[in-house]
Each structure stands twice: as structure tokens, then as C-alpha cells.
Design a protein. Structure first.
Length: 392
């Protein structure tokens, strides 16, 4: 009975993630400008989103460890529905800001919690080694759902833009239904321990992270890597718009990128087995710096190639690093510490996004990201030298 239930958790998790990642609201920048927001106000709203995400990320993980994974996932989808309703009926900056804050909470309550639920379900089955494969499937599903959602959103841009948020409400209900079909996994150590308080979970997680240098390094590296890639992704859209790309051309570009990203996510377990952790960090760093430096060339075909390759690298890295994190984290603080990783990404975005935007206005896209690649490459060389000297 228990084996069947926990096995079903994996299946329902796929459904939940498809609904959560369905990118029907991915064109939110266009939506806000259609509702009268200036680009400055759009930028401020994005900053509000990331600051809110930063402040609530770790507490949301602690809630999952204190309460139950299923309850937190359901609460996350309820927040997504409330946010959608606010964005449908809002007409001024203040209410849009409220909607974005609640939207950030929905992401916080999801991030780390789904990974923790899946890993604990596999642990109950003594099948933890399956996690990297399941995580790879989730990331492939994410790319598919996000691409399909963007296509659906494209049909509503001119007809009834608010419709994308009504769709978001409907699929959030489906996500809640999938969570209700799951079984809450048993968390290790709970048999011997009393129920831990919320603040004790935060304290224990902080102490564990302080003492575990390997986990701390992996989280910092992944946050910076993913932050740079995400910044490149968003500003690249404005670049191709400046080249005069039509809507269908941008859609075709996203489809081409999604195909490679799905393939990358699916083969990530094989890549991890082939390279190993130390080599992967070196390869990811070198490829990131190399791709950014190539943007100096300023040739559109090459820039498109860099864009697709960088997106694929992120798809390969996500299941691998998720597996690394879970292998190092104790069950009692799993969701809390996984939320720390998401919080660090928010910090990276709070710094990188406005800084990159300012640099692009001053120096152009290609010079800005090329210079960023050179700076990161220099840091990489210095760190390598320091680590080799310490090893002696």
C-alpha cells in the first residue's frame, strides 16, 4: 500500500509541475505595458517581486519542514490564484505591486518543496538514486510546459489578454487536485525527535549550512551561474526585438531553444556520471565565460547560438545540482535548505538584473555581456590559482 502511494507521488508530481510551469503568463511585461505601466514601473515591479521572494524564500521552506509538503504546495497554488485575480482587475501600480508580492510567495512555496517531497518519497522507497532521473524529467517537462504556455498566451495578446490569468487560475486548480492525490512522505528523524518549532528549523538549517562548506559553495556557484544565464535570457529578448524580429520568429527561436533544453535535461544524468562534480563545475564555468565573451563578435547567428547553448547548459545543470543539494541535506531541514538556494538566486537577480540593464544602456548588449564574461573568467582563474596553492 505504501509503495504504491509513494510511487504515485512521482507521477502526480509531474502533473503538478506541468501545471505550475505552464508559461501562459510568461508575457507579463507586455501585459503590464498594455495595462498602462511604463517600462520604469515594470522594472520596479520586477524588483519588488525579487525582494519579496528573497525575504520569504527561507521562511517558506521552513513552513514545509514544520507543517507538511502537501499543505505548502496547495497554499502556493492558492497564492497564484489570488495573484492572478489581482492582476486581472488592477489598474494602478500599487495593486500590481501587491499582485507581484503574492505571486512571489507562490513561487517561494513551490521552490524546494516539490524537490523535498519527491526526494523524501524516494527515500521511503529506498530509491534515492532515482532522484536525478526524476529531476531531469521534471526539467524536461518544465521546458515543454513553458513553451506550450507561451504559445497559448500568444493567441490572447490582441484578443483578450486577461484570459491568460483566467487560464492560470484554472490550471492552479488542477495542480491542487494533483497534490490532493499525493501521500505525505515520512521525514526521517521525526520518529525520535519531538515536533520541531519553526525558529528551531531555521536555526538548525543555518548551522548546518555554516558547517557544510561543500553545500555552501555549490549553492553560491549555482545561484551565480543561473543568475547570469537568466539575465542573458531576458535581455536577449529585447535584443532580437531591436533586430526587428516578428512575434512568430521569436516563437520559433524559443521552440528551437526548448528542443535543445529538453534534450539537455534528459541527458543530464549521463553527463554527471561521465564528468563528476569537480569537472562539471569547471566545465560549466568555462563554457559560461566562453559564451559570454563570444558576444563581443556581435553577429546575430552567433548570438542566437550562444543563447540556445546557454539555455541548454542551464537545463543540464538544474537536475544535477538539485541532486547534489539533496544528497547533502538532512531530511529534517530539506525544504528549508533548498529554499536557501532559491533565495541566493533572488539575491543574484536583484544585483545582476538592474546592473546589466544599466550597462546595456551605456555600452550595448554585446559589450556588456562580453565584459561580464571576461570579468567572470578572471575571477575563475584567480580562484583556481588560490585553490591549487591551498592544496599544496
Amino acid at each position: 500500500m505504501f509503495v504504491k502511494s509513494f510511487n504515485h507521488n512521482i507521477r502526480y508530481n509531474y502533473i503538478y509541475n506541468f501545471c505550475s510551469f505552464f508559461g501562459v503568463t510568461a508575457l507579463w511585461v507586455l501585459y503590464l505595458t498594455h495595462r498602462g505601466m511604463s517600462l520604469v514601473e515594470v522594472g520596479l515591479l520586477e524588483s519588488i517581486f525579487h525582494v519579496s521572494s528573497f525575504l520569504f524564500e527561507v521562511p517558506s521552506g521552513a513552513l514545509a519542514d514544520r507543517l507538511s509538503y502537501r499543505a505548502v504546495l496547495i497554499l502556493g497554488r492558492v497564492c497564484a490564484m489570488i495573484s492572478s485575480i489581482i492582476l486581472i482587475f488592477s489598474h494602478d501600480f500599487l495593486w500590481f505591486a501587491v499582485g507581484f508580492i503574492i505571486s512571489a510567495w507562490s513561487y517561494n512555496l513551490n521552490s524546494g518543496t516539490t524537490d523535498a517531497l519527491v526526494y523524501e518519497s524516494l527515500r521511503c522507497l529506498n530509491q534515492e538514486k532515482r532522484y536525478i532521473k526524476v529531476s531531469a524529467n521534471v526539467n524536461a517537462l518544465y521546458e515543454l510546459a513553458d513553451t506550450l504556455g507561451i504559445f497559448v498566451a500568444g493567441w490572447f495578446v490582441t484578443a483578450y489578454f486577461e484570459g491568460v490569468y483566467w487560464i492560470q487560475i484554472a490550471i492552479s486548480m488542477l495542480a491542487i487536485l494533483s497534490v490532493l492525490m499525493m501521500r505525505e512522505p515520512r521525514k526521517s528523524q521525526r520518529k525520535e525527535e519531538k515536533v520541531t518549532s519553526y525558529f528551531a528549523i531555521l536555526k538548525n538549517a543555518a548551522l548546518f549550512l555554516k558547517e557544510n562548506g561543500q553545500l555552501r559553495f555549490l549553492m553560491l556557484f549555482f545561484a551565480l551561474f543561473e543568475g547570469v544565464a537568466a539575465t542573458y535570457y531576458f535581455y536577449f529578448q529585447s535584443l532580437v526585438d531591436g533586430y526587428g524580429f516578428k512575434g512568430y520568429q521569436i516563437s520559433l527561436l524559443m521552440i528551437a531553444s526548448a528542443v535543445f533544453q529538453i534534450i539537455g535535461a534528459k541527458i543530464s544524468p549521463q553527463i554527471e556520471r561521465w564528468a563528476g562534480q569537480a569537472n562539471l563545475i569547471l566545465y560549466f564555468s568555462a563554457l559560461l565565460c566562453g559564451l559570454l565573451i563570444l558576444t563581443f563578435v556581435n553577429q546575430l547567428p552567433l548570438l542566437i547560438g550562444c543563447f540556445i547553448t546557454l539555455n541548454t547548459l542551464v537545463s543540464v545543470s538544474q537536475p544535477i545540482f538539485s541532486n547534489y543539494f539533496n544528497a547533502l541535506i538532512p531530511s529534517s531541514s530539506r525544504a528549508t535548505l533548498l529554499s536557501v538556494s532559491s533565495m541566493l538566486f533572488s539575491v543574484a537577480m536583484i544585483v545582476l538584473f538592474p546592473l546589466s540593464g544599466w550597462l546595456i544602456e551605456q555600452l550595448r548588449f554585446t559589450v556588456s555581456f562580453g565584459a561580464m564574461g571576461m570579468a567572470l573568467g578572471l575571477v575563475m582563474v584567480v580562484l583556481t590559482i588560490v585553490m591549487k596553492r591551498r592544496a599544496r
